[in-house]
Design a protein around this ligand. Sequence first.
Ligand code: MG
Ligand code: MG
Length: 246
Amino acid sequence: MIRSPEEIRKMRRAGRVVAEIIEQTRAAIKPGVTTLELDAVAREVLERRGARSNFLNYHGFPAVICTSPNDMIVHGIPGPYRLKEGDIVSVDCGAIVEGYHGDAAYTAPVGEVGELAVRLMAVTERSLYAGIDQMVAGNRLHEIGRAVQAVAEAAGFSVVRKYVGHAIGTAMHEEPQVPNYWPGTPGPKLKVGNVFAIEPMVNAGTYETVELDDGWSVVTADGALSAHFEHTVAVTEEGPEVLTLP
Ligand code: MG
Ligand code: MG
């Protein structure tokens, strides 16, 4: 799917709202705060900006962000869980403006966290930018995942296989999928106007995942920590443009 300059302008506006949700929720993360309170912060931004949520009611999802602490990888439901000193928490957020979607995620420390957590977050964010650097017209789609995987595995971590990035536009999840690893083939050529959500999920242990009984929350199979960083990125004549950058 090729997005016109006018469509990318709209996606930039959605991206500005997502960036504000990132900033506001990140500022609210501290020991004692519940994940439901973070959802309320995100709802307030969406309301104030006149944007709609692409998470709320998605296959029945009950909140506008996902909050996934510690060994939870993605899709955690905001609720009574109270963040505590030493936790890390992944926040996945999105917005719709004029029918166009933005999608981003980050993992943040709660107070002081351990050395492994600090390194995992830094490596995961670095792997995201390594993937973004590959979003150049003429390059092959799967070079994105190859670059992500190289950074994560060089640090001794693993890349989740079961959940992947995606094209994004008038729906949050469009084809093609964007794996965060080398799937064995180069994939299609990237073109100016492609817009993808690149979203490495990097685990301190195994990449195997388990879905919890709530039907949403996904955790690491071995209980090791996980981090998740995501941006919505357009392929432009000048190279990659991150639309959701705070
Ligand atoms: Mg997301
Ligand atoms: Mg996404």
